[in-house]
Design a protein around this ligand. Structure first.
Ligand code: FE
Ligand code: FE
Ligand code: MG
Length: 166
C-alpha cells in the first residue's frame, strides 16, 4: 500500500474498498456466467453467440483483476472466498439452466445493465474524491456499455432470423 496514494483519496477508504469488493464479486460471477454459458449454449447462431460470450468472459476476468489490484493498492483485502461473492454481489448470478441462446442473451443483457448501473454509481462517488479509482471505473464501464450493445445486437439478429422462419 502506498501511503501518499491512500492519503489523496478524499473519502472513507474502508467504504470505498467495500464498494470495490462488491464490484469484485460481480465480476467473478459475470465471468463464470459467461464462461459456462459459452459451453452450454444451444440454438440458432450458436457459434456467433458462443464467440461473444467467450470474449466477454475474458473481459470480466480482466475487470476482476483490475478491481482486485485497486483494492490491494488501497490497503484493503479482496474477498477471500467464493462464498463471499454471492453475499456481496450487486448484480447476482443467473445460472444458465436453460441453454437456449435467446435466454442466455437475455440473462447476460440484464447482467450488463446492472453492471452499468453499479459502475455509474461508483463513477459518481469517486468523481471528486479518487481520480485513480474513477479512471479505472471509467475503463470498465466503457467495456460494459460495449458488452450490452454486442448482446442486444445479437439478440436483434436472432429475433429477425426467427421471425423470417415463421
Ligand atoms: Fe465487467
Ligand atoms: Fe460486461
Ligand atoms: Mg463483445
Amino acid at each position: 500500500m502506498g501511503t501518499k496514494g491512500r492519503e489523496i483519496v478524499g473519502m472513507d477508504v474502508n467504504k470505498l474498498v467495500k464498494l470495490l469488493n462488491c464490484a469484485f464479486a460481480d465480476e467473478w460471477l459475470a465471468y463464470y456466467q459467461y464462461w459456462l454459458g459459452a459451453k452450454v449454449a444451444k440454438g440458432p447462431m450458436k457459434d456467433a453467440v458462443m464467440a461473444e460470450l467467450v470474449q466477454h468472459a475474458a473481459d470480466e476476468l480482466r475487470h476482476a483483476d483490475m478491481v482486485c489490484l485497486r483494492i490491494i493498492q488501497l490497503g484493503g483485502t479482496p474477498l477471500l472466498s467464493p462464498d463471499a461473492w454471492l453475499k456481496n454481489t450487486n448484480c447476482g448470478y443467473d445460472a444458465p439452466a436453460d441453454p437456449y441462446v435467446g435466454i442466455l442473451l437475455d440473462q447476460n443483457i440484464k447482467g450488463e445493465q446492472c453492471a452499468i448501473t453499479t459502475y455509474k454509481k461508483l463513477l459518481g462517488i469517486t468523481q471528486s474524491t479518487d481520480p485513480v479509482t474513477y479512471n479505472m471505473v471509467l475503463q470498465i464501464i466503457s467495456d460494459e456499455v460495449e458488452h450490452e450493445e454486442d448482446l442486444q445486437s445479437l439478440k436483434e439478429d436472432l429475433d429477425l432470423l426467427i421471425a423470417k422462419r415463421k
